[in-house]
Design a protein around this ligand. Structure first.
Ligand code: NDP
Length: 293
């Protein structure tokens, strides 16, 4: 039976480190870290995600500043709100919750976020820093996957890794992070022919295709570490991932569950990026480098 890559447990451990760091450094900084969460429109899943992020902030001592604008807000007003957060000295991290309502172009809004305050690590400058191996906020989901692998003893160095999906949010930064960790990486996408032949080579397999139950036993090499990034609501209720867990858990060495795998780590990495930005601002050591390589 595959080892469970327990993101919930790891997120709790990392939160304890963050809480201790915030407590220890608060008098030097003169204020706690601040994370601004901007939501536009009424996407119900976004409402749940933002609420989870606010709760996580409260647990570690980060002040969350939530602003919720109506779907019909002109993009220029959304931009103005982001600029207010950029100029606010009590804000260290800014998150623009995606997806935006239909008709919004997210790219110029993401680019308007001060790269030093880019809690999601999606600004072009920060993606470029990842590409060049320079320090900077890292994309939360792939950084969470790296932490999950490493903390369970799966060092990517010298391993054959396959990432299914090439989005800017997950697949691309994931491949860069695995490569930076000295894995030999292949990236699969919707035009990949014979996906199973490729994924069967993977000692580390990260699946971010956004297709419920797309990968099963025929895709997995015995003994692989499999990370399922996908998250979907099942019509009958409950959640599932991109991997058919019931087939894969008897073959893989390790598998991340859905829910309770990558999801909690994504939220935690948002806090990590915010707390690191706060420490950098006041010239304080953070000791979190193991989480953002
Ligand atoms: P996107 O839809 O942006 O990207 C999906 C990628 O998968 C694309 O590159 C696409 O290829 C590829 N793909 C689609 N179908 C196939 C196929 N049949 N074979 C191979 N590749 C395929 O999704 P995201 O990257 O944003 O998210 C992926 C999943 O992860 C979603 O389920 C999302 O909900 C989840 N997610 C979970 C998070 C968490 O915290 N747990 C955070 C972020 C996302 P192509 O480029 O050719 O179209």
């Amino acid at each position: 039976m595959a080892l469970r890559l327990d993101g919930k447990a790891l997120a709790k451990q990392v939160e304890q480190r963050l809480q201790a760091l915030v407590t220890a450094n608060q008098s030097q900084a003169g204020r706690p870290p601040g994370l601004a969460l901007l939501r536009v429109g009424d996407d119900p899943a976004s409402g749940v995600y933002v609420a989870n992020k606010e709760k996580a902030c409260a647990r570690v001592g980060v002040i969350s500043v939530g602003v919720h604008l109506p779907a019909e807000t002109p993009p220029s007003d959304v931009l103005r709100q982001l600029q207010l957060f950029n100029d606010d000295d009590a804000v260290d991290g800014i998150l623009l919750q995606l997806p935006l309502p239909a008709g919004f172009d997210e790219a110029p809004l993401l680019e308007a976020i001060d790269p030093q305050k880019d809690a999601d690590g999606l600004h072009t400058l920060n993606l470029g820093r990842l590409l060049k191996g320079e320090p900077g906020p890292r994309s939360c989901t792939p950084a969470g996957v790296m932490a999950l692998l490493r903390s369970n003893g799966f060092d990517p160095a010298g391993k054959r890794a396959v990432v299914v999906g090439r989005s800017i949010l997950v697949g691309q930064p994931m491949a860069l992070m695995l490569q930076a960790a000295n894995a030999t990486v292949s990236v699969a996408h919707s035009r990949t022919s014979d996906l199973a032949a490729l994924t069967q080579q993977a000692e580390i397999l990260v699946v971010a295709a956004g297709r419920p139950g797309m990968l099963g036993s025929e895709h997995v090499r015995p003994g692989a570490a499999v990370v399922d990034v996908g998250i979907h609501r099942k019509p009958e209720g409950g959640l599932c991932g991109d991997v058919r867990a019931e087939e894969v858990e008897s073959i893989a060495a390790a598998l991340s569950p859905v829910p309770g795998g990558v999801g909690p780590m994504t939220v935690t990495m948002l806090l990590v990026n915010t707390v690191i930005a706060w420490c950098r601002r006041y010239g304080m050591e953070h000791g979190l480098d193991d989480l953002i390589v």
